[in-house]
Design a protein around this ligand. Structure first.
Ligand SMILES: [Zn+2]
Length: 192
């Protein structure tokens, strides 16, 4: 059971919800899923999926960077990095995106998210491919922010390989460092 964190407050002027100092709005999952479903079907799965992934990746990267700066977070070992990835799953659960579980498989990290908020709503839409691009983006962007604290940072990307929207029992995500891009920092790639 993950409860609401105590740092959820409200901007006194705009009345927007604040998580830490980041602005949020409570938008029904149904509206998000319906909009997303229509975009996927009208504007093209690959194009819309890429936009959702990159947008979530950028925002998650910047959000985790703010936390890193605010709390002066440093990482020394790979285990420190793995621990931070586990915290990303805590955020996923806390914010109601689904229930996160993680496992490490060699060079790759495999995350399972049960009851993805998008997947649950899109189960009966007859879609043929995974739909949780934004969750993959959140994992990739969050991981990137922490990877850059390591002595030899890599560029991380994340792909959803199973999805409840297409009949799988849970959504599964593979996070891996892309070797050929290791000379560029995530900030350069994500900042655009
Ligand atoms: Zn999914």
């Amino acid at each position: 059971m993950v409860d609401f964190p105590a740092f959820i407050t409200r901007d006194s002027e705009t009345k927007h919800i604040l998580v830490g100092d980041e602005s949020f709005a409570l938008i029904p999952n149904g509206i998000l899923a319906e909009t997303y479903s229509r975009l996927l079907q009208s504007a093209g799965y690959d194009e819309v999926g890429k936009i959702m992934y990159e947008s979530a990746r950028k925002v998650a990267y910047e959000g985790q960077q703010h936390l890193i700066q605010a709390f002066n977070i440093t990482l020394k070992t790979r285990q420190d990095f793995v621990n931070k990835l586990s915290e990303l799953l805590f955020y996923i659960s806390t914010f109601g995106y689904g229930i996160g579980e993680g496992v490490e498989q060699g060079e790759e990290f495999v995350f399972r998210i049960r009851h993805s908020f998008l997947g649950e709503y899109l189960k009966h839409k007859g879609l043929k491919k995974p739909v949780c691009h934004c969750l993959a983006g959140i994992l990739a962007g969050g991981a990137q922010a922490y990877a850059e604290l390591l002595a030899a940072p890599s560029l991380y990307s994340c792909v959803e390989t199973k999805c409840i929207a297409i009949g799988d029992p849970y959504c599964e995500f593979h996070l891996a460092a892309s070797k050929d891009d290791s000379t560029r920092t995530g900030a350069e790639k994500i900042g655009g």
